[in-house]
Design a protein around this ligand. Structure first.
Ligand code: SF4
Ligand code: SF4
Length: 334
C-alpha cells in the first residue's frame, strides 16, 4: 500500500461564468459526463477512508454546481477536510452565510492574477477583479480565512509585491503561488503569458525573493514549479476530472497516456494504490547522476511535457536555479 495522497483535487464542474485565457479547464457548459451527487459522495467516503489530508474542489466554477451545498454538508458530516477554489465573482452575502452555516472552517481559495484590474482582467475578463476583491472582503468580514490563488505569468510577475500588499490590505494572510503552464486555452494564449527560459529564471527568482521578504507576515503555499522541490504529481497529489478520470496532476487532463483510471470503474483508493509514479515519470537522463536528484528530481513534470515535449526532459529554469542555489526555504511554508 502506498501513502495516501496529501491533496486530491476534484474538478467538480466544467461550467464557468468566466473564460480565463490561461486556464486549462474546459470552462463552458456543464457536461453530461460529470459525476453525479451520489458518485461524488462515494468518492468522498473513499478519500476519507484512505486518509487524504484534504479534498480540493475546483472547477470550472464550483459555485455553479447546484449540489455544492449538499456536498459540503456531506463532507462536514464525514469530517473530510475540504478546500474550494473559486473565481470569487459570484460570492454574495447569501452565499457566504450559507457556507458559514454548512462548513464554518472551509478553506476557500479565490483566484486573482494581478493586483489591479488591468493585470487581472487581462487574464480573467473585464470586471472580474472588482468582483473577486469584493468576494474576498465578504469572506474575511464573515470570519473566513481565504487564500489568494495567484498564477505567475509574463504580465504579472513584476507586480508580485503589489499582489501581496493588495492581499494584506483586504485582510488576506495566505497566498498560493503557481506558475503558468501552456495547457488548454493557455496554449493559444501562450504568446501573451509565457516567457523564455531566461525570463522564467528571472521571474521565479524574483518571486522567491519577495516571498522571503514577507515570510514573517504571510503564509505562502507554493507549487513545486516555483520552489524547485520534487514534483508531487502522483506522489502526494492527484486530480479527479469532472468525468471521473484520475490524473497525477490536472495539467495532464488532455493527455490520455497519463490517465490512471476512472472512479466510475474502480474506487480512487484502488487506482491510487496501483499507480507507480516512476513508471509514468522516469528520471530524466541528466538527473540520474546529479547531486541534487533527491531534492529536485527534474522539476515540474507538466512544464517538462508541455514546454519541452516529454516528462523526461528537464524543467530548465528550475534546473538552473537549483544549481545556482540549493536552499530555498520559507518559514511560513504552507
Ligand atoms: S538540478 Fe537539474 S539535473 Fe539536477 S536533478 Fe534537478 S533538474 Fe535534474
Ligand atoms: S506537474 Fe508541475 S504543477 Fe503538477 S504537481 Fe508537479 S510541479 Fe505541480
Amino acid at each position: 500500500m502506498r501513502n495516501p495522497p496529501k491533496i486530491v483535487e476534484f474538478e467538480i464542474t466544467l461550467a464557468c461564468n468566466l473564460r480565463c485565457i490561461h486556464c486549462y479547464c474546459e470552462a463552458g457548459q456543464r457536461s453530461p459526463l460529470e459525476l453525479s451527487t451520489s458518485e461524488i459522495k462515494s468518492l468522498m467516503d473513499d478519500l476519507k477512508a484512505l486518509g487524504v489530508w484534504a479534498f480540493d474542489i475546483v472547477g470550472g466554477e464550483p459555485l455553479l454546481r447546484s449540489d455544492i451545498y449538499e456536498l459540503l454538508e456531506y463532507a462536514k458530516k464525514i469530517d473530510l477536510r475540504v478546500m474550494i477554489n473559486t473565481n470569487g465573482t459570484l460570492i454574495s452575502e447569501d452565499i457566504v452565510k450559507k457556507l458559514r452555516d454548512i462548513y464554518p472552517d472551509l478553506m476557500i481559495g479565490i483566484s486573482l492574477d494581478g493586483p489591479d484590474p488591468e493585470t487581472n482582467d487581462f487574464v480573467r475578463g473585464r470586471g472580474s477583479f472588482e468582483k473577486a476583491v469584493r468576494g474576498i472582503e465578504l469572506l474575511t468580514k464573515s470570519g473566513f480565512d481565504p487564500v489568494v490563488l495567484n498564477v505567475i505569468n509574463k504580465r504579472n510577475w513584476k507586480k508580485f509585491e503589489d499582489m501581496i500588499n493588495l492581499a494584506r490590505s483586504i485582510g488576506v494572510k495566505k497566498i498560493y503561488v503557481d506558475r503558468f503552464i501552456p495547457v488548454g486555452r493557455g496554449v493559444v494564449n501562450r504568446e501573451k503569458l509565457d516567457m523564455s527560459d531566461l525570463d522564467w529564471i528571472k521571474a521565479i527568482r524574483y518571486v522567491r525573493e519577495i516571498m522571503k521578504n514577507y515570510e514573517n507576515d504571510m503564509t505562502f503555499y507554493v507549487e513545486e514549479n516555483i520552489t524547485g522541490d520534487p514534483c508531487s504529481a502522483g506522489v502526494t497529489h492527484a486530480s479527479v476530472l469532472a468525468s471521473g478520470w484520475v490524473v497525477p496532476c490536472g495539467h495532464f487532463r488532455y493527455n490520455r497516456e497519463f490517465y490512471m483510471g476512472n472512479v466510475r470503474e474502480k474506487p480512487f483508493s484502488e487506482i491510487w494504490n496501483s499507480f507507480d509514479p516512476a513508471e509514468y515519470f522516469p528520471t530524466p537522463g541528466p538527473c540520474k547522476s546529479c547531486e541534487f536528484l533527491k531534492a529536485c528530481g527534474g522539476g515540474c513534470k507538466a512544464v517538462a511535457y508541455h514546454r519541452y515535449g516529454s516528462v523526461e526532459k528537464l524543467d530548465i529554469p528550475i534546473c538552473y536555479l537549483r544549481k545556482q542555489s540549493n536552499n530555498f526555504h520559507l518559514k511560513n511554508w504552507g
